[in-house]
Design a protein around this ligand. Structure first.
Ligand SMILES: Nc1ncnc2c1ncn2[C@@H]1O[C@H](COP(=O)(O)OP(=O)(O)OP(=O)(O)O)[C@@H](O)[C@H]1O
Length: 269
């Protein structure tokens, strides 16, 4: 791999995904009410099954892109579609789930009640809720802690609960906004491995992941979206064409170091 061909130019920004087109953004601008131009002319397609990390300086509009995809903010100009629907329609069908850095668990509810809450709000019958919660708690290795309260869990465990809660709605698109930013390095790496395992088990699930950490982006991604400082634009999309499953042997490989160097060099320009 060389830095000359690693990045697709802005006009060639087609993904190399495993599935059908999931998200289409065309000439997207976002100007907030106070006049802040958060995004300018964002053009991007995202295919089903990708794991895409968004990297860029603070304030470049990464969270804003997520809010537009989730239908939590309205675009100022341009088009955005999720599986041919508006973001709000897609969210209503529970096709989209969020995980934030702050785990947002209800402190007075047990782990399993926290995981079941979104299903309860959607009117899913109790037996089905329980089954689904057990399934996702097993996925994140927390079955034995189903009755614990959040305050009895470590930061990494709270994040696992938060991921389980998002997975319980079986989303097609999982949006993760700096989820591991507050965790120590060892916990972070084990959660990266668990997340990749979960993602690999479901070929149709797409993960969009914001991080400031180049190592994390290279380790996790099928693609890295590099963004410029505000107003945010997509400056390049990098296809990290390294095989899965990935493990510590990838983290310590020469190829990994080369990818990190390439991405870092790009981000400095
Ligand atoms: N509701 C809002 N009203 C006005 N300006 C906003 C609003 N939300 C975000 N902004 C501004 O829009 C720009 C992009 O913000 P955004 O949070 O999307 O960036 P980011 O890349 O996610 O930042 P960070 O990496 O620091 O989390 C910033 O200048 C921010 O201050």
């Amino acid at each position: 791999m060389s830095s000359q061909h690693a990045f697709a130019s802005e006009t060639q920004r087609e993904t190399t995904g495993k599935g059908r087109q999931l998200v289409a953004m065309k000439e997207l601008d976002k100007v907030y009410g106070n006049g802040t131009v958060a995004l300018s002319d964002v053009n991007m397609t995202i295919n089903e099954g990708e794991f895409i990390c968004f990297l860029g300086p603070s304030g470049c509009g990464k969270s804003t892109i997520f809010k537009l995809i989730a239908g939590l903010e309205e675009r100022t100009r341009g088009d955005i579609e999720i599986l041919g629907m508006s973001p709000k329609e897609a969210r209503k069908q529970s096709d989209i789930a969020f995980v934030f850095q702050d785990h947002t668990l209800l402190p007075w509810c047990s782990v399993i009640d926290n995981v079941m809450l979104p299903l309860k709000l959607r009117g899913v019958p109790k037996q089905e809720r329980l089954q689904e919660a057990e399934r996702v708690l097993a996925l994140v290795g927390l079955s034995d802690h189903r009755k614990s309260l959040p305050r009895h869990l470590s930061g990494g465990m709270k994040m696992r609960v938060s991921i389980a809660r998002a997975l319980a709605s079986r989303p097609k698109l999982l949006l993760m906004d700096e989820p591991f930013g507050a965790l120590d390095e060892i916990t972070r790496q084990s959660l990266q491995d668990e997340l990749l395992k979960i993602w690999q088990q479901d070929p149709s699930m797409t993960v969009l992941f914001v991080t400031h950490n180049t190592f994390e982006a290279v380790y996790l991604s099928t693609q890295i979206v590099a963004m410029t400082a505000r107003p945010g634009r997509v400056s390049a999309v990098l296809n990290v064409d390294e095989p899965f499953p990935r493990d510590d042997s990838f983290r310590t490989s020469a190829a990994f170091s080369q990818w990190v160097r390439t991405v870092s060099e790009h981000m400095q320009h």
